[in-house]
Design a binder for this molecule. Structure first.
Ligand code: GDP
Ligand code: IMO
Ligand code: MG
Length: 412
């Protein structure tokens, strides 16, 4: 739905299997934001931000931290490994990024990842190819109503009662002490910011196809990574979300197992993997590479109500002769034009492609849409046509300034 006036809040959502470049886009948009509020996942996420010669990867802390004077909120929809969070704070401070309760607030209702969750994940997560960070088991305990929340964790009496072992208690007590001052009622804070018309970015982790309900189940994560997760993961009404920005790559990637119809098995896949540096920001695993899949794009637009798209990594396509876009699947002799997350169908789908001509110019220094090579513009236009939504941002490199605003009515 086209909007005439600029939104005061934007939900930033991954359109595929994660790693679309959400961190980069959020950091870019955060310049004009007041609040950056993450709503789902845990340290399975890795969001990369490159500014000047600094490159940082945040796992739990929102991607607004490279800017001064912003409020970064970690919502109730997350599962938090306290040690990882403390290490992340330390690492940012090493990079001269000051973290304090003025710029970082953690929801008292987020759940804690305990060592037993990590052990369990490492034992049973292999089939899915999880990140082994205890995410699934922590959300399992949350749903079973036996989880430990941050508010229980920082309350010494409750915490001691629930955890008998003295050694474990002492270690975790230290973590709780260090985190206590960051804990607050983030639901009230976010709603207050909305009421004051503050500019807010709702930061998604993972992506639409890793969502527990709408992803390629069971090869998914255990949280709501789609726009619906903004409401439950932060405590706001769906009527308050003003704009949804879908982040997608010029090609597709996937870490972990599960069907991937447009996966490229030829040398061009390796070329893209190498030039796109497609190795996981969290686990270092190589990411599988595929051509752009318009069925997935349309599905993500529908599930999330995407208003406009931030298309990343266009620069990686430089010097590839022919670019393919999947426009339909063939399944047992039938043509399918709508995406299904049903893996039993998906694993037997063959992609049907349109082919477009590539370009040879380096585009990493291009800063305006007009200066992009004609064939790059044709590629972007075709994606807009197929998905039925405009592209508002084109990213041509990992750095903050390597960003082209194509249309600003969807942005701050
Ligand atoms: P996220 O999880 O969605 O935040 O994405 P990741 O940070 O895991 O992975 C995206 C990777 O692509 C990171 O290494 C980014 O620095 C990098 N990146 C983001 N946008 C671009 C781009 O437009 N071009 C190139 N070459 N790299 C990009
Ligand atoms: P960001 O936020 C890419 C994948 C894992 C595995 C599946 C389940 O950086 O985009 P989990 O540990 O969540 O139980 O693993 O989900 N996965 C991601 N892939 N980017 C992510 O996050 C991911 N978070 C989880 O590889 O296939
Ligand atoms: Mg990532």
């Amino acid at each position: 739905m086209a909007k005439q006036t600029c939104p005061s809040n934007i939900a930033v959502i991954g359109m595929e299997w994660g790693d679309e470049g959400k961190g980069k886009i959020i950091d870019f948009l955060a310049e004009k934001a007041d609040v950056i509020a993450r709503f789902n996942g845990g340290n399975n996420a890795g969001h990369t931000i490159e500014v000047g010669d600094k490159k940082i990867v945040v796992h739990l802390i929102p991607s607004g931290v490279m800017h001064n004077n912003k409020l970064n909120i970690v919502g109730n929809g997350l599962v938090i490994d306290p040690k990882v969070l403390l290490d992340e704070i330390k690492n940012l401070e090493k990079n001269k990024i000051k973290i304090n309760p003025e710029n970082l607030v953690i929801s008292e209702n987020a759940h804690i990842i305990l060592p037993k969750h990590i052990e369990e994940d490492r034992q049973i997560g292999g089939k899915i190819g999880t990140t082994g960070r205890g995410i699934g088991p922590a959300y399992t305990d949350k749903a079973a109503r036996i989880g430990l929340r941050i508010c229980d964790f920082v309350n010494e009496a409750i915490f001691k009662k629930r955890f008998g072992s003295e050694e474990f208690y002492q270690k975790y007590k230290e973590y709780a002490e260090s985190l206590k001052d960051y804990v607050n009622d983030t639901t009230l804070m976010v709603n207050y910011a909305i009421a004051k018309n503050k500019k807010i970015l709702f930061e998604g982790a993972q992506g639409t196809l890793l969502d527990i309900d709408y992803g390629t189940y069971p090869f998914v994560t255990s949280s709501s990574a789609t726009a619906g997760g903004v409401c439950t993961g932060l405590g706001i009404s769906p009527r308050k979300i003003q704009s949804v920005l879908g982040v997608c790559k010029a090609y597709k990637t996937r870490v972990g197992n599960g069907p991937f119809p447009t996966e490229i098995t030829s040398a061009v896949g390796e070329k893209i993997q190498k030039s796109g540096k497609e190795f996981g920001a969290t686990t270092g695993r190589p990411r599988r590479i595929g051509w752009f899949d318009a069925l997935i794009g349309k599905y993500a637009v529908m599930i999330n109500g995407i208003d406009s798209i931030a298309l990343t990594k266009l620069d990686v396509f430089t010097a590839i002769d022919k670019l393919k876009i999947c426009v339909a699947y063939k399944h047992k002799g039938n043509i399918i034009e709508k995406f299904t997350p049903n893996i039993h169908i998906l694993q037997n789908c063959q992609p049907l492609y349109e082919e477009l001509d590539g370009w040879w110019d380096d585009i990493t220094k291009v800063r305006t849409y007009d200066k992009l090579p004609n064939n790059a513009k044709k590629y972007l236009k075709r994606i807009e046509e197929l998905l039925g939504v405009p592209i508002s941002i084109v990213s041509v490199g990992p750095k903050r300034e390597q960003t082209i605003i194509a249309r600003n009515e969807f942005l701050f």
